[in-house]
Design a binder for this molecule. Structure first.
Ligand code: FES
Ligand code: FES
Length: 151
């Protein structure tokens, strides 16, 4: 199958019902998306499909063929981090970092729909992303900082 990943066309030999997370990590060596629950419940495997956050652990390959896939590895442009990545660094919005790629991509997706989110909107929009280290207050601050609604 031909896929579009992080702006590049790649060919993968994989059964269409294999899950995208598995293909990204095992076939394409893109290990930023993490395996957490494997059931669509934790958000650690989040990637963007045409700019919208999806759980790659429950997304079969056959459903992504015509879509643009973005992983955390593809978020920076020309060596420059995405503003959400910068804000996470600025706010120390992580501890172990396991949830972070998924958090950042969910935030990018949220901000595309809601550019100036309130705290409540961030909480609602990122409700499906779990941080076992409990860094939620700093994550919320980082998302709002990236949106320019919090300095
Ligand atoms: S690993 Fe995909 S949602 Fe948890
Ligand atoms: S920083 Fe450890 S799970 Fe979120």
């Amino acid at each position: 199958m031909k896929l579009s990943v992080n702006g590049r066309d790649v060919n993968v030999e994989a059964a269409p019902d294999r899950m995208l997370l598995q293909v990204l990590r095992e076939d394409l060596d893109l290990t930023g998306a993490k395996y957490g629950c494997g059931e669509g419940q934790c958000g650690s495997c989040t990637v963007l499909l045409d700019g919208v956050a999806v759980r790659s652990c429950i997304t079969p390959l056959k459903s992504v063929a015509s879509k643009k896939i973005t992983t955390i590895e593809g978020l920076e442009q020309d060596g420059k981090l995405h503003p959400v990545q910068e804000a996470f660094l600025d706010r120390d919005a992580f501890q172990c970092g396991y949830c972070t790629p998924g958090m950042i991509l969910s935030a990018v997706s949220l901000l595309a729909k809601t550019p100036k989110p309130t705290v409540a909107e961030v909480k609602r929009g990122m409700n499906g992303n779990i941080c076992r280290c409990g860094t939620y207050p700093r994550i919320i601050e980082a998302v709002r900082m990236a949106a320019g609604v919090k300095s």
